[in-house]
Design a protein around this ligand. Structure first.
Ligand SMILES: Nc1ncnc2c1ncn2[C@@H]1O[C@H](COP(=O)(O)OP(=O)(O)OP(=O)(O)O)[C@@H](O)[C@H]1O
Ligand SMILES: [Mg+2]
Length: 266
């Protein structure tokens, strides 16, 4: 089943600036996908159209087979959860608990179930000890987990993480890896935008590359990072290990140390 389908989608902001142009893509239910590309490529604009936060100027978007133009953002948000790139755009409650519970209260879910979901999401995002803290008293890196927990608590089918790795230390990156893995195991579709290529390579196989408003690549990571025309177009670099393998004329498609060592030992 297709979770998200874009057919020739174009988007323009109110000032007329076209940020996404003729994008077509299909993401299947339960898939784990990374979206990469330089600043301003149109990544955030693209994913915001997946849950109706932004609406396309032309083209068609379907979410689990249903045309999104016919659905309200509130309805779409029950299926597709978007974790904002900047936590400040998402957080407005006085405590971590209230923030995670907010959308659940809005949906009039009963109190015991709200509590259960908040606790589950807080555990998963390592926030169980911060439930009474004001989110703005937490460092940016942990605040990001508050926004992730809010979407996890919604129990949506599609989770979109916009730059979850920005400003994270190694422990933060490990927690993110665990969250993505857990969501994937739960059968969720996980879409993650990131500038951290190491993180992307470690956690995803399918990569969608955007450059200058368009999708310019959509393939397995081992193809993406050895497609020099594509890397050039999207102003991306090969991972260092792949650069080394290339210099040594080793097999193509090496993208991490495990690949490198297994080829080296042959
Ligand atoms: N509200 C807005 N009004 C006008 N233009 C905008 C608006 N928001 C974004 N843009 C422009 O649209 C383009 C695409 O922005 P978008 O945020 O989708 O890029 P991105 O790929 O997510 O970049 P980044 O990696 O920096 O987050 C950029 O040129 C940006 O300046
Ligand atoms: Mg962005």
């Amino acid at each position: 089943m297709d979770a998200i389908r874009f057919e020739h989608v174009t988007f323009a902001y109110d000032n007329g600036f076209v940020a996404v142009e003729d994008v077509s893509l299909i993401i299947s239910a339960g898939e784990k996908v990374a979206i990469i590309g330089q600043n301003g490529a149109g990544k955030t604009t693209t994913v915001k159209m997946m849950n109706g936060l932004l609406r396309p100027k032309s083209g068609k978007i379907t979410v689990f087979g249903e045309e999104s133009a016919k659905k309200t953002t509130a309805t779409l948000s029950k299926k597709v959860g978007y974790v904002f790139q900047n936590p400040g755009d998402q957080i407005f409650n006085q405590t971590v608990y209230a923030e995670i519970a907010y959308s659940l209260k809005y949906l009039k879910i009963d109190k015991a179930e709200i509590e259960r979901r908040v606790m589950m999401a807080a555990q998963m995002c390592h926030l169980a000890d911060e439930l009474l803290t004001n989110p703005y008293d937490l460092p940016f890196s942990i605040r990001k987990f508050v926004t992730i927990a809010s979407v996890v608590a919604m129990d949506v089918d599609v989770v979109i993480l916009d730059e979850p790795t920005a400003g994270q230390d190694l422990l933060g990156l490990l927690y993110q890896k665990e969250i993505i893995e857990k969501l994937h195991q739960m059968g969720k579709t996980v879409i993650t935008i990131s500038h951290d290529m190491e993180f992307v390579i470690e956690n995803f196989d399918r990569i969608i590359v955007m450059a200058d408003k368009k999708v310019v690549g959509d393939a397995n990571k081992r193809e993406i990072f050895w497609d020099f025309d594509l890397l050039d177009k999207a102003a991306l670099k090969q991972p260092v290990v792949a650069q080394l393998a290339n210099r040594l004329d080793m097999k193509r498609n090496i993208i991490n140390i495990v690949d490198f060592v297994s080829e080296y030992e042959k």
